[in-house]
Design a protein. Structure first.
Length: 131
């Protein structure tokens, strides 16, 4: 996955998945077992830490690739710079979105755990009444 466009696509897909979890949790449509939820919380906290590290190094990533003044060198340098920090689909923008969404996903996971436990407790209570 060294292709810069593939990296930004993967980051975009990750961000889309994160937004899906957040949206479902906000609607009360997301439940998750405590064990799975805690593991995912750990992962998303690590992702948040990683995005902070990448953001600290973004200056290096955004530097123009020194490939000379030939037309090919200029085109590749322009492309690399565009992928790094060019627009809303750039690497930098994807990192910023993921960094912003990571704490929201953690909260959504906590909400999903809580909803799972409430549902589980309610089912246990209802089974007890039927016995």
């Amino acid at each position: 996955m060294n292709d810069p466009q593939q990296v930004t696509k993967s980051l975009s897909d990750t961000n889309d998945a994160m937004r899906g979890i957040i949206t479902a949790a906000n609607k009360g449509e997301f439940t998750i077992t405590p064990e799975a939820g805690e593991e995912l919380i750990r992962i998303f906290q690590e992702i948040e830490d990683w995005t902070q590290q990448v953001q600290n190094e973004m200056g290096v990533i955004k530097q123009r690739t020194p490939l000379g003044n030939s037309p090919a060198g200029e085109a590749i340098a322009d492309f690399n710079q565009q992928v790094a920090a060019g627009d809303e689909e750039s690497f930098e923008e994807m990192i910023l979105r993921i960094r912003d969404n990571a704490p929201k996903v953690v909260q959504a996971l906590r909400d999903g755990i809580r909803l799972y436990q409430e549902t589980d407790d309610g089912n246990a209570t209802n089974l007890g009444k039927q016995a």
